[in-house]
Design a protein around this ligand. Sequence first.
Ligand SMILES: CC(C)(COP(=O)(O)OP(=O)(O)OC[C@H]1O[C@@H](n2cnc3c(N)ncnc32)[C@H](O)[C@@H]1OP(=O)(O)O)[C@@H](O)C(=O)NCCC(=O)NCCS
Length: 282
Amino acid sequence: MLGGFRSWIRRRLQRNADDAEDDLDDEDDEERDHGALVRKGEQVTLRQHVPQNREAFQRWYADPEIANLLRHDLEPLTDWQSRGYFDSFILPSSARGTCFAIHARKGKRLLGTTAITDRSRTGDTNSALFRIVIGEKDAWGHGYGTEATRLVMDEAFDTLGLDEVRLEVFSHNARAIAAYERVGFEVTGEHVEWVSRRQTELRVIEMRLTREAFLEASGDRQPGKRGSASREKRSRPERQADRVERKLAHERRRTVRREKQERKRDRGHNSANPGPSVASTD
Ligand SMILES: CC(C)(COP(=O)(O)OP(=O)(O)OC[C@H]1O[C@@H](n2cnc3c(N)ncnc32)[C@H](O)[C@@H]1OP(=O)(O)O)[C@@H](O)C(=O)NCCC(=O)NCCS
């Protein structure tokens, strides 16, 4: 019976090792298609940008309605400008952990992009600017921007070690201002810019969020769960080997426990009934 049990364990361990490899393949496919996970919220996730995001990015930045909320000259970017911006700024800063793709958690649809830029230090204070665009307009007003902002603030204060985050927003962008206030940003000032192409003035609101104000505004909220891209950087083979080893160790512990239970059951059975043992199901 013991021989049969051992071969069952061997088959089981092999199957679990195969399953673990399959899981890793799935994770690799997901990382390749959608980018490595940085932070997970309830509705959205932050991921690293991948080259496949370029097309959507260029569509967002070519949209006049978005340009009117986003750009100081209020003009959409040309195809050439947005391609250069994505390739020379978005992809590299995303790899460095300061720019993120925003995805719906369910279905993983790419919704927008967000970044921490212009990091600086004044005295003891580390600060930076925050930027965000939910480029898919049908996704506006569903709470995604507010949650994505909170997840970026988790990264800003926990991972990047910032003390405060600042931003600028046009006074006509009521939706953005409402989202920022909900996260805890406060107005610190405003200025006026002249847009010569349009012969118009722009009122720009300045806002700031400190780590303390963020924690206070967050109440009982738990920070977004960190993903693989936000953790200690190790090579992919190292991480894969580690995950396979963890899964196998877990399986070995379960098998040893089960073996012990089997032996205990056998002993109990033999002492109550010294006749031939019950046939194993192997
Ligand atoms: C600004 C932006 C990130 C906000 O994200 P969002 O997912 O649309 O916003 P949310 O649903 O999380 O929150 C919107 C808030 O504005 C309120 N709101 C929605 N529509 C509004 C409107 N037309 N006018 C005023 N407030 C509005 C909502 O009630 C909500 O506030 P509440 O949570 O206090 O109720 C997103 O709309 C966007 O990217 N817009 C285009 C680019 C842009 O403006 N970027 C910011 C540049 S500074």
